[in-house]
Ligand binder design. Structure first.
Ligand code: DON
Length: 554
């Protein structure tokens, strides 16, 4: 196994082999909601490419999964054109100008419970609408307005409450009830609505229409921006109009790894996904993996323990904090390997601590391949279910609570139990470190597009997904396989029911690992392709939909 980071090492990328297209005229789409999968096909049939379809599907997910992602949130869109280099559109939320390192602490320096989680103070400046506008104008074949049509229609006509909606709304019911605009839309007289209830979002439809009509200015300037700022400030937020007007998407080079002959493009900073994958693959280089064996699971956990530790200690928004170049150096990984025993778990506390001065089914993913072989892998978020629980009156926009992805107090765990350092402390204009890891990978004529929500567990899920593809699994098997996870702290190997056999559990416990059954986690959306054809699959843990269809151009 060999992982090599090309971007940070500064090695010039060799000319990309032309990706194998999906069967001619055939497109594949996997998203977390049927409405979004249909939105993608609608736009493809109108003559759009995979990038237009990604805009349509992202916007539709934001309407039909208001607990997962949306116009009030952000994400990372990994675009891999059939010809040319892959690029990551960073539409991650940014801290407002009035944010400070201690904004979620009281005078004694203690975290104020819920402050980084609930209400507009928890919200970063949204990046999704700017990303949609950017992708449509720079990469799309259709207008932004055309690609937003299905989302606007769904917002006006409504979507049906599902069992999963009910779980998410129940989980955040108490917070949603605090502010009327959200409670009136997402609850029924303060209660979780019955299955099948139509959720209509006319104000969101108007906001989306303003974006469709005016491009990014329809959201970041003018009446929508004014309503967002006024609503947020009245409810204790600190946004101002310049925060919105100044928001900009950033095009970044993805992290590109080479592992066992596969070229893997993954999200780069401010997502930690690509870096953690790269360090993990580097550490595992040199061990001969045996699929599913206790020994391989042990070594994977040891590699993840070290890579997550480095993530938490060193990584943050690269526009604020320089990532240490050695993290992806094979020599560094070789040094870490010398500390790994095959017969014994390393307690996380035996590793250098993260210097204090130095998850699931919310958040969403889409994977798309069009008939020309353009590919998109995008993970989208408002962070917690229903984000901050706050809807700015008159806008229909659910504000994210992505500020909790910062280290609100370095050294203290966040909602996902991540104990992070100064590199990810809050600063004005800074983007919180993410775990979202959209991936596109290829080897010869074989390819895969995949990603998942799941908070801090995203990177492990994607790692296991990549290995499943490398072992020859097709999309259906990739999304289904049971998962395990370790993230340095808490020092425990979590596993989904069925992920570890009794014999494997015993072998891991003998090595000193603490185990905990949990889950299910994640909602992976994957497409695989190769000589055996193209397959798209949506995680059976979720309510998504995947399809491979011939697309007749108009
Ligand atoms: O960016 C991140 O890492 C988190 N905001 C993602 C949150 C998430 O996946 C929640 N889903 N279960």
């Amino acid at each position: 196994m060999r992982a090599r980071l090309r971007t940070l090492a500064g090695v010039v990328l060799a000319a990309l082999a032309l990706p194998a297209p999906a069967a001619s005229g055939t497109a594949a789409v996997a998203t977390a909601h049927p409405v979004a999968t249909e939105a993608a096909f609608e736009v493809l049939e109108a003559g759009g490419n995979a990038f237009d379809a990604a805009v349509a599907a992202s916007a539709a997910l934001g309407v039909a999964e208001p607990y997962s992602s949306g116009i009030g949130g952000g994400g990372f869109w990994l675009l891999d054109p059939a010809e040319g280099e892959a690029v990551m559109v960073d539409g991650r939320e940014a801290a407002p100008a009035a944010a400070t390192a201690t904004m979620y602490q009281d005078e004694s320096g203690d975290l104020v419970e819920g402050a980084s989680m609930n209400g507009p103070l928890a919200a970063g400046i949204p990046g999704a609408p700017a990303a949609w506008d950017h992708i449509a104008s720079e990469y799309g074949a259709l207008s932004l307005a055309r690609s937003l049509e299905p989302a606007i229609r769904t917002a006006r006509e409504g979507f049906e409450v599902t069992p999963h909606y009910r779980r998410m709304a129940g989980f955040r019911q108490e917070v949603i009830q605090r502010w009327p605009a959200g409670a009136e839309t997402f609850l029924a007289d303060g209660e979780v609505p019955a299955e099948g209830t139509l959720i209509r979002q006319p104000e969101l439809a108007d906001t989306l229409q303003a974006l469709a009509d005016q491009g990014r200015d329809g959201f970041y300037r003018g009446p929508v921006a004014a309503a967002l700022v006024e609503g947020a400030r009245e409810a204790g937020g600190v946004w101002n109009e310049a925060d919105l007007a100044d928001y900009a998407v950033v095009e970044r080079e993805p992290v590109t790894l080479e592992v066992d002959g596969w070229r893997i493009h993954a999200a780069s900073l401010p997502s930690s996904g690509g870096m953690v994958l790269g360090e993990t693959f580097n550490i595992l280089d040199g061990y001969a993996p045996e699929r599913g064996s206790a020994g391989t699971i042990h070594l994977t956990v040891e590699a993840l323990r070290r890579a997550y530790r480095d993530r938490n200690a060193h990584l943050g928004d690269p526009d604020f904090v320089e990532p240490p170049a050695h993290l992806l150096d094979p020599a560094y990984a070789a040094g870490l390997r010398t500390g790994i025993r095959r017969d014994r778990a390393t307690p996380s506390e035996a590793l250098a601590p993260v210097p204090a001065a130095a998850g699931g089914h919310h958040t969403s993913h889409l994977s798309i391949v069009d008939g020309d072989g353009n590919r998109v892998s995008a993970t989208l978020s408002i962070n917690y279910p229903f984000g901050s629980g706050f809807v700015a009156p008159g806008t229909g926009v659910v504000l994210n609570n992505e500020m909790d992805d910062f280290a609100a107090k370095p050294g203290e765990p966040n909602a996902y139990g991540l104990v992070q350092g100064e590199a990810n402390a809050v600063e004005p204009g800074k983007r919180p470190l993410s775990s979202m890891t959209p991936v596109v990978m290829e080897r010869g004529n074989d390819f895969a597009v995949l990603g998942s929500p799941g908070g801090s567990r995203i990177i492990t899920q994607v790692l296991l997904g990549i290995r499943s593809v490398m072992a020859g699994d097709r999309a259906g098997a990739v999304v289904e396989r049971p998962r395990y996870h370790h993230q340095y702290l808490p020092d425990v190997v979590e596993y989904e029911p069925g992920a570890l056999s009794a014999a494997t559990r015993e072998a891991l416990e003998e090595r000193g690992h603490e185990l905990e059954e949990d889950g299910p986690w994640g909602n992976m959306q994957a497409i695989t392709g190769g000589p055996a054809g193209v397959e798209a699959a949506s995680d059976p843990r979720g309510e998504g939909m995947a399809a491979v269809r011939p697309v007749a151009a108009p």
